[in-house]
Design a protein around this ligand. Structure first.
Ligand SMILES: [Fe+2]
Length: 343
């Protein structure tokens, strides 16, 4: 067992306010890395918590063609296994190591757990990433400040030299931020994280989004090989242009679902984590990471297509697209300029 990983998790769980004798659960499934599961238990025991495990079977669900379960549908197993759900509901802190994409984030059981006051921490990254990216109070402060700015703003505008020029009306948007730990009852976070996201209301997003070489696609889990020009009208991608391999992949894959809302806008925001490296993503295969480092990369612009339940849209097809070298303005005030955070 890696001592470095255990120490990282001890520090992480301390940030999450784990107390002596607190009842804490490690939730995993058959796909969870053994080192992560055992190190999580060991870290809780070193903190003198009363720790136990719930281990679910292998994830079964609607295949997406990627080998991963669809992110937005949340098949979930827990709500069908009442004793497991009850045990978790009686825990103050739940470490979610399940391997359906996003774990409990998209699970129907999520709210039933949060309502009881649990703190939920989802972890699904390679130990090397975890050991590099321990969050701190400064990241939390900066994310909360960014959430405040985003909530107060009316218009977000995003531009880039590659040709992006997107306008997002933020009136009625639902805004949240993740900073990589959670010490508030009833709150979920992900380790690592460090970004803000707005889910715009209906008819709020218009313009052009130009994905450029070496931007990241967290649906196909790969670096983009050449420009893809998306035209967005009233939230929906109406044209996907370009001759890069990636343009072909996106056109074919989005169409393959036969769902109108596959083309809709899901969420928009930017990354704030200075520990995140763009190149970090290139070292790991898709089953070793969910791409949180790319989502959190300081100064990225993160555009996401597909479901947005706050706008009443649902789809199986979800792209998270962290982009570099964009400028992001809130009511004409820059928060990111050419891919660099304004501070
Ligand atoms: Fe997303």
């Amino acid at each position: 067992m890696s001592e470095r990983l255990i120490r990282t998790l001890v520090a992480e769980f301390q940030l999450c306010g784990v107390r002596k004798s607190e009842v804490c659960a490690v939730l995993s499934d058959a796909g969870t890395r053994d080192d992560l599961r055992t190190a999580s238990m060991e870290a809780l025991l070193r903190l003198d918590a009363h720790a136990f495990q719930v281990v679910l079977p292998e994830v079964v669900g609607e295949p997406t063609g990627s080998g991963r379960q669809s992110e937005q549908v949340g098949q979930g197993q827990l709500h069908r296994i009442a004793p497991a759900l009850t045990a978790l509901q009686q825990s103050g802190f739940i470490i979610d190591l399940t391997t359906s994409f996003g774990g409990l984030i998209h699970d129907p059981a999520r709210d039933a757990l949060l309502e009881k006051g649990a703190r939920i921490l989802h972890i699904a990254e390679h130990p090397d990433i975890l050991c590099r990216m321990l969050p701190d109070e400064d990241l939390r402060r900066r994310v909360e400040e960014a959430v405040g700015k985003l909530r107060a703003a009316s218009i977000m505008r995003v531009t880039s030299e590659a040709g992006t020029d997107l306008t997002i009306n933020l009136r009625g948007a639902v805004v949240n931020g993740l900073y990589g730990f959670t010490d508030e009852p009833g709150r979920l976070d992900v380790f690592p994280a460090g970004f803000v996201a707005a889910y715009p209301a209906r008819d709020s997003v218009n313009g052009k989004l130009v994905l450029n070489t070496a931007d990241i696609d967290l649906n196909f889990m790969r670096l983009i090989d050449g420009p893809v020009e998306l035209t967005i009208e009233n939230d929906y991608i109406t044209r996907i242009e370009g001759d890069s391999t990636h343009a072909h992949l996106m056109r074919d894959y989005m169409a393959s679902w036969g769902e109108k809302d596959a083309y809709a806008t899901s969420h928009v925001g930017w990354g704030l984590n200075k520990k995140a490296r763009w190149t970090g993503f290139a070292f790991f295969s898709p089953h070793e990471t969910e791409g949180m480092e790319a989502r959190a990369f300081a100064g990225n612009f993160l555009f996401s297509s597909g479901a947005n339940r706050f706008a009443g849209r649902y789809s199986h097809c979800h792209f998270d697209l962290p982009m570099r070298n964009c400028s992001v303005y809130l009511d004409d005030v820059p928060v990111v300029v050419d891919g660099n955070l304004v501070e």
